[in-house]
Design a protein around this ligand. Sequence first.
Ligand code: ZN
Length: 69
Amino acid sequence: MSKLSTSGSKAAKERHKCPKCGKEYIGYPALSREDNKTKICPRCGLSEALFFYTENLNGCTCNFWLKEK
Ligand SMILES: [Zn+2]
C-alpha cells in the first residue's frame, strides 16, 4: 500500500504559525491586508478585514450601526 500525497488537500491540514498573534493554526492561511503576502491565521484575517472596513468608514463604527434604518 503506497500512499500518494495529494498536495492539494495537504494544505488544509497543515500547521502554520501566525506571525501576527503567534498562535498555531491548522488549515488555509489568510493573506494579511497589510502587505498582501503575509500568511496569517483566519482569525487575524477576519479582524484585519473588519479593521480595514471600519477604517474606510473613518472609524465611525458607532455611526455605522446607528445609521442603519
Ligand atoms: Zn493570528
